[in-house]
Design a protein around this ligand. Structure first.
Ligand code: SAH
Ligand code: SF4
Ligand code: F3S
Length: 492
C-alpha cells in the first residue's frame, strides 16, 4: 500500500490542507503492543514521528498501518493554517466511532496543534487521552502508561535544549534511498502570519557530530540522499562552549570553533561523494554567499534552493515581518545565478491575500515570479492564526473570494513558469538518483535530478538507489521524462 496518501507537486491552498498525511507502516518484531501514528504538516513533523516511533519502540511497541489494530493512536498535528487543524478534528471524530468498540485504545494528539491548544484540547475533544508538544516526546511512554490507568495527561513544555540528538529515528515510509535529518528545532523569526515560533519554541541547533554520524550511518545502510531540515537552516549555529551540555558523542574529534550552516553542509558532503545532500528551508535574509560557494564546491550538494518569498511587494513583506524587501530578495537570487548558474533549481512559498494587500501589491508577486522564474512553488491563501502578530495587529480584510482568485493567478503563473523551466532541460544530460516507482506505470521508475525535479525513466535494468545518467526527452509542468544513457556513472 502506498503510505503517502497524497503526493502533490504543486500545492494549492485548499489541497495542501486537505488530506496530505502519512501513516506508520506495519512492522512486527514480536512486541506486545502496537502503535499507529498519522502525521500531518511539514517534513519536520514527519521527521518527529520517526523520533516518536523510536521512543515507543524502546518501550515495547511495534508500528501498525491499521489504526483498528492499534493500542495507541497518535495524531502528529499541524497548525499552520486553519484547515490543517480542521482536518485533525475531523479525524478525531472518526476515531471516536472506533473507540466506542475499543474503549482501551489510547488516543494522543502530538505536534503543533497540541502545543497551541494544550489542555484545552482535552476539554474540547473528549476522546483525547494525552496531549504532547514537540519538545516533550521523551515523556510519551509515561503519559501513555498513566492514560492506560485512566489518568489523562498533558506535557507541552517547550525546551531551549532538546534536539533528540541521541535518538536514532525509526525510518517510516522509507524507500531506503532518501532520508531526512533534522539539524535544528524551533524558530526565532517572528513572521507575523506564522504560528511556528509559538508551537515549536526557540531555535536551537543540533550537535554537528550527531548529524554527521546519522548521515554516515544512513550511507552505510544504503541510503544515497539526505535532506537537512530546519525552519531556517541558514541560521544553524553550534559552538562547543554554548552547546557543551548537549555534546553527546565525545569520541568524535573535538570541534574547537563555531560551526555555521556552510561548515555543516561541508561536513555532511564529505561523508561520501555518493551521498547527495539537500537542505530546506533557506531564509532569504540569512542565506550567505559562503553557503552558495560551498554548494558549488561539492558535486554531491544538490543545486536546488527552497527560498520562500511569501510576497513580491516590499510593504507587504514589512507587514509580514520577513525583514527583507523585494530588492534584497532579488539580489540573493542574482547571487544564486552568478555563483551556481541558471541550472540551480529555485522554489518558493507564496501567500495570497495577506492583510491589506492591494491589487497592485498582488501583481508585484506575479512580476517577481516572472523575474525569478521559479521551478515550482507551494502556494497558499492567507489563513489567520490566533495569537500571531498579524492576528493581533492587522485585520484579515481580504474577502475569501479575492484571496482565492489571487491564489489562482499565482498558481496559473507558476504552472506556466514550471513548464517554461522544464522545457529548458529537454535535450540535456543529467544525473538522477532512482528513488521510487512511477505512480503511473509499473514499467517506469522515478528519480530526481540535482535541481530536485522528478524525472521518469523506463525501469529496465535499474533499481532503487542507482545513479543514472539520462537524456531529457520530454516534460510537463510537473515532470521530466528521460532516456537512460549510463547506469551508475562515476559522479553523483
Ligand atoms: N520556515 C519556513 C516556512 C514554514 S511554514 C519559511 O520561513 O519559509 C510553510 C509555509 O506555510 C510558509 O512559507 C508560508 O508560505 C505558509 N504559511 C505559514 N503561515 C501561514 C498562514 N497563516 N496562512 C497561509 N500560509 C501560511
Ligand atoms: Fe514561520 Fe517565519 Fe519561522 Fe518560517 S521563518 S517558521 S515563516 S516564523
Ligand atoms: Fe505545521 Fe508545525 Fe510544521 S505548524 S508546518 S507541523 S512546524
Amino acid at each position: 500500500m502506498d503510505q503517502l496518501i497524497k503526493d502533490i507537486d504543486i500545492i494549492s491552498g485548499e489541497e495542501a490542507q486537505a488530506v496530505d498525511y502519512k501513516t506508520t507502516p506495519e512492522e512486527n518484531t514480536g512486541k506486545t503492543k502496537k502503535i499507529y501514528i498519522e502525521s500531518y504538516g511539514c517534513q519536520m513533523n514527519f521527521s518527529d514521528s520517526e523520533i516518536v516511533a523510536s521512543i515507543m519502540k524502546e518501550n515495547g511497541y511495534d508500528t501498525t498501518a491499521d489504526f483498528q489494530q492499534a493500542d495507541v493512536v497518535f495524531l502528529n498535528t499541524c497548525s499552520i493554517r486553519e484547515k490543517a487543524e480542521q482536518t485533525v478534528r475531523n479525524r478525531l471524530n472518526h476515531f471516536n466511532a472506533v473507540k466506542k468498540t475499543k474503549p482501551d485504545m489510547t488516543i494522543g494528539v502530538l505536534g503543533c496543534m497540541a502545543e497551541r491548544l494544550k489542555d484545552k484540547l482535552l476539554e474540547e475533544e473528549k476522546i483525547v487521552d494525552v496531549v504532547v508538544g514537540p519538545d516533550a516526546y521523551r515523556d510519551l511512554p509515561n503519559l501513555v502508561n498513566a492514560a492506560e490507568d485512566g489518568r489523562k495527561g498533558v506535557n507541552t513544555f517547550l525546551s531551549r535544549e532538546e534536539t533528540y540528538a541521541d535518538i536514532a529515528p525509526v525510518r517510516l515510509n522509507s524507500n531506503g534511498v532518501t532520508a531526512f535529518i533534522s539539524i535544528m528545532r524551533g524558530c526565532d523569526n517572528m513572521c507575523s502570519f506564522c504560528v511556528v515560533p509559538f508551537t515549536r519554541g526557540r531555535e536551537r541547533s543540533r550537535d554537528p557530530h550527531s548529524i554527521v554520524a546519522e548521515a554516515r550511518d544512513l550511507f552505510e545502510r544504503g541510503y544515497r540522499e539526505v535532506t537537512l531540515l530546519g525552519q531556517n537552516v541558514d541560521s544553524y549555529k553550534w559552538s562547543p562552549e554554548e552547546n557543551n551540555k548537549a555534546r553527546l558523542n565525545k569520541k568524535e574529534e573535538e570541534v574547537s570553533q563555531v560551526v555555521n550552516f556552510a561548515n555543516l553542509l561541508e561536513m555532511v558532503a564529505q561523508v561520501n561523494p555518493l551521498l547527495r545532500v539537500r537542505f530546506s528551508t533557506s531564509h532569504p535574509k540569512d542565506i550567505t554567499d559562503e553557503v552558495l560557494y560551498t554548494m558549488k564546491k561539492y558535486d554531491n550538494i544538490c543545486k536546488y534552493i527552497h527560498l520562500p518569498v511569501q510576497s513580491g511587494n516590499s510593504r507587504v513583506l514589512e507587514l509580514m515581518n520577513r525583514t527583507y524587501d523585494r530588492e534584497w530578495y532579488l539580489d540573493r537570487v542574482k547571487a544564486i545565478r552568478e555563483i551556481l548558474g541558471d541550472e540551480c533549481g529555485i522554489s518558493s512559498d507564496m501567500i495570497a491575500g495577506f492583510c491589506t494587500e492591494t491589487e497592485e501589491e498582488h501583481k508585484d508577486t506575479l512580476t517577481l515570479m516572472d523575474i525569478v522564474k521559479y521551478d515550482f512553488s507551494y502556494m497558499f491563501y492567507y489563513s489567520e492564526r490566533p495569537g500571531t502578530l498579524a492576528a493581533k495587529k492587522y485585520t484579515d480584510d481580504i474577502p475569501l473570494d479575492v484571496k482565492k482568485r489571487r491564489l489562482n493567478e499565482i498558481i496559473e503563473k507558476q504552472t506556466q513558469l514550471s513548464l517554461e523551466r522544464n522545457k529548458l532541460d529537454i535535450g540535456k544530460e543529467q544525473i538522477i538518483l532512482i528513488e521510487g516507482t512511477s505512480k503511473k506505470s509499473e514499467f517506469e521508475l522515478k528519480g530526481r535530478n540535482s535541481a530536485n525535479k522528478v524525472v521518469i525513466v523506463p525501469s529496465e535494468g535499474l533499481k532503487l538507489g542507482d545513479y543514472v545518467k539520462v537524456k531529457i526527452k520530454d516534460c510537463t509542468a510537473a515532470t521530466l521524462f528521460g532516456e537512460v544513457i549510463e547506469i551508475n556513472p562515476a559522479v553523483a
